[in-house]
Design a protein around this ligand. Structure first.
Ligand SMILES: NC(=O)c1ccc[n+]([C@@H]2O[C@H](COP(=O)([O-])OP(=O)(O)OC[C@H]3O[C@@H](n4cnc5c(N)ncnc54)[C@H](O)[C@@H]3O)[C@@H](O)[C@H]2O)c1
Length: 332
């Protein structure tokens, strides 16, 4: 299961390498983008599987970014009550995040990823050379997730990213392989300890409390997911009360990856409303993943809602002022 653009770029190489082991395989192509991660596309995948005479012994191979991985994995979880699947993730985000952990899902009218399952892949093969064709904004989106892994579990990964950022942005194989391995190892370690997200897996949501609220408040139009999480991480690091040098290291790293879309025009009230509706919030209290120090996370509920709301308002106001100040140089 793949999509048109990925198959056009890398499909021939994939089929050639599968041929000696599997002979002819059936290719099921789906539409490109989040809007195709839905029930209609899922039905097309089932149709393709029946046409290919797939049975309980068949495998699905997901070949694409997180959208392909999530929906192909969900098809594998449900086709004939579950068949095996493997994944060759082709975006950085998919290599470090969505292909690890076994969460598979589709979207529905009521929201993102609300229909899904836990279904672990039998194998994940990450070929980092495939990332060379990724648009820079997609690479950056994946990098923010790598930063997240470092922030919650490995200060040395943060320092490595800082030292090697230029090589990483050029997809130099040694450096990119190192960060993919480290981030996947960190995520796999957290998931292995808490597969069904009873508690510890929540630390993977660092930056996501405010990140999701920003996405909702802007109707998913202004930010890619990773970019919203990047803003969320900068805010959460501040709210954590880290040492100033640590907050600056993290924020400096995030800002040097790529210019984040500005927070301009976003209403603090809309953000707060979205925060209260988030599934992580309960009884009017918002839940945050904060940092004890760089490389160590903890989960906290806000104990004083008004103070939290004030912190968010101040953060948005300051960053909005900052982005206005930066705007003229961009126009020039
Ligand atoms: N299951 C999980 O645990 C989990 C975790 C995080 C995100 N996700 C899901 O992942 C999805 C986002 O994944 P994504 O960021 O990979 O987006 P995506 O799958 O839409 O891929 C981004 C774009 O890059 C293109 N692309 C993919 N590989 C390429 C390559 N090698 N060269 C050039 N272009 C390429 C795709 O065609 C697409 O246009 C969301 O649906 C999100 O919900 C799931």
């Amino acid at each position: 299961v793949t999509n048109g653009p990925v198959f056009k770029l890398h499909g021939k190489g994939l089929l050639e390498s599968l041929w000696p082991y599997f002979g002819q395989v059936s290719v099921i192509k789906i539409g490109d983008g989040e809007r195709f991660k839905n029930q209609a596309t899922l039905s097309r995948i089932y149709d393709g599987l029946f046409r290919a005479r797939a049975d309980r012994g068949s495998w699905i191979l997901a070949f694409g970014g997180g959208v392909v991985g999530d929906i192909a994995g969900y098809a594998a979880a449900t086709f004939m009550r579950g068949i095996r699947y493997a994944s060759i993730p082709t975006t950085l985000l998919a290599q470090v995040d969505s292909s690890v952990g076994g969460k598979v899902a589709i979207n529905c009218a009521q929201g993102k990823n609300l229909i899904g399952a836990f279904h672990q892949p039998a194998a994940v093969l990450s070929d980092t050379t495939i990332l060379k064709t990724l648009p820079s904004r997609e690479l950056a989106s994946g990098l923010y997730e790598v930063v997240k892994c470092g922030a919650i579990a490995s200060a040395s990964l943060i320092r490595y990213l800082r030292r090697n950022l230029d090589a990483i942005l050029c997809c130099e194989s040694k450096q990119i392989s190192h960060i993919v391995t480290e981030a996947a190892r960190i995520k796999a370690g957290v998931v292995a300890a808490d597969e069904r997200e009873a508690h510890m897996r929540m630390i993977l949501n660092f930056g996501h409390t405010l990140g999701h609220a920003l996405e909702t408040a802007t109707s998913y139009r202004q930010f890619k997911h990773g970019e919203a999480v990047a803003w969320g991480m900068i805010a959460a690091a501040e709210f954590s009360g880290l040492r100033r040098a640590e907050t600056e290291l993290l924020a400096g790293l995030i800002h040097s990856i790529e210019r984040l879309p500005a927070l301009r025009g976003i209403s603090p009230d809309a953000v707060w409303k979205a925060l209260l509706l988030d599934k992580k919030s309960q009884k009017g209290k918002t839940r945050w993943v904060l940092l004890r120090r760089l490389g160590e996370a903890e989960i906290r509920e806000d104990s004083d809602t008004e103070t939290m709301r004030g912190l968010i308002n101040d953060f948005l106001a300051r960053e909005q002022e900052h982005s206005w100040a930066m705007a003229p140089s961009k126009i020039k």
